[in-house]
Design a protein around this ligand. Structure first.
Ligand code: NDP
Length: 297
């Protein structure tokens, strides 16, 4: 089997590539820097530009995993917001155009999304049947998911993976560690906002599960079944690192530094439950936060 992965050079993509290589998948990564693919992965992983060379590889032996997108960390200026949205929607549209032009639908498409789909929802748990929320990220997720929606009417089995904060040696979690290690760990604002997290091994495990499971389609929350709030998260992280965690970062400082990003990501949250993934039979390697943190640190 062949996997065509967009965003395969990123934090999640690299771990997925490692997993697929172990199981002898042929791997093609669509990248803005295809030359860097060979540097990163060595022989055996093919880097292709988005523009050409890969379209004829579509077909029933191929699964597409669409992870590409501008990173959302940091302050959202007008220009960044445009890139955050356009990078995702354009990636989806390019895949759709490719399938239409060849008339060779892939066996399946795993379409990335995020728990931000549900918008800020306090501490009310949501599953995949909850409606989309409001705010910039919710709108990005809605358009991102919709960008490849038409493939379903062309017979493609499509799973949208609404991912929580992925814990591993990258992403937001990696950025969180230095202050904790320097005894400056804490939680943003009140700390009562929900944190839907998932260990990288389960993120990759669940994507693999959905790639292989012919009866899986539709939205799936890729989040651990035991979500916490930021206070609990900071407490656990401090405990595992053997560092105090008592320094809350005041709301006004975060708003000043990060503006809208702080309001939508750091100061509000979701408790998104993996209802459909669990029902489909996926077994989490790290359902609980303490074990996940101990494994990583
Ligand atoms: P990364 O930021 O590590 O990697 C994303 C990849 O997308 C990059 O390697 C890059 O590939 C490509 N990319 C970046 N910017 C652009 C752009 N402007 N235009 C086109 N392509 C771009 O992301 P992750 O691996 O952490 O996440 C993968 C996807 O999952 C992302 O879309 C992310 O939003 C989503 N997600 C991640 C979560 C997390 O906690 N990590 C949580 C929820 C959702 P290249 O340079 O090779 O083109």
């Amino acid at each position: 089997m062949r996997a065509i992965i967009t965003g395969g050079t990123g934090f999640i993509g690299r771990a997925l590539v490692a997993e697929l290589r172990e199981h002898d998948w042929e791997i093609v990564i669509l990248s803005r820097n295809p030359g860097r693919v060979a540097e990163t992965f060595g022989q055996g992983v093919i880097g292709m530009p988005w523009e050409n060379g890969w379209v004829d590889m579509l077909g029933p032996d191929t699964v597409v995993v669409n992870l590409a997108g501008e990173n959302i960390a940091g302050r959202w200026t007008g220009g960044r917001k445009k890139r955050i949205l356009a990078s995702r929607v354009e990636a989806g549209k390019t895949l759709v155009r490719a399938v239409k032009s060849t008339g060779k639908p892939p066996r399946a498409l795993i379409q990335a999304s995020a728990v931000g789909y549900y918008g800020p929802c306090g501490n009310t748990p949501v599953d995949e049947y909850a409606p989309g929320g409001t705010g910039f990220l919710a709108e990005v997720c809605r358009q991102w998911e919709a960008s490849t929606g038409v493939l379903e009417s062309m017979g493609v089995r499509r799973c949208t993976v609404r991912t929580g904060m992925v814990l591993g040696q990258g992403g937001a979690f990696k950025r969180m560690l230095p202050p904790f290690r320097c005894f400056l760990g804490g939680y943003p604002g009140s700390g009562f906002q929900g944190v839907s997290w998932i260990h990288l091994a389960d993120e990759v495990g669940a994507i693999r599960f959905l790639m292989d499971n012919e009866s899986a389609s539709g939205p799936y929350n890729l989040t651990a079944p035991e979500p916490v709030n930021f206070r609990k998260f900071a407490h656990m992280l401090g405990m595992v690192l053997n560092r105090p965690y008592k320094t809350p970062v005041p709301e006004f400082a975060l708003r000043l530094l990060y503006g809208e990003m702080a309001r939508e990501v750091l100061l509000s949250g979701q408790i998104a439950l993996p209802k459909r993934l669990t029902k489909a039979g996926y077994r989490f390697k790290f359902p609980g936060l303490e074990d996940a943190l101990r494994d990583l640190l």
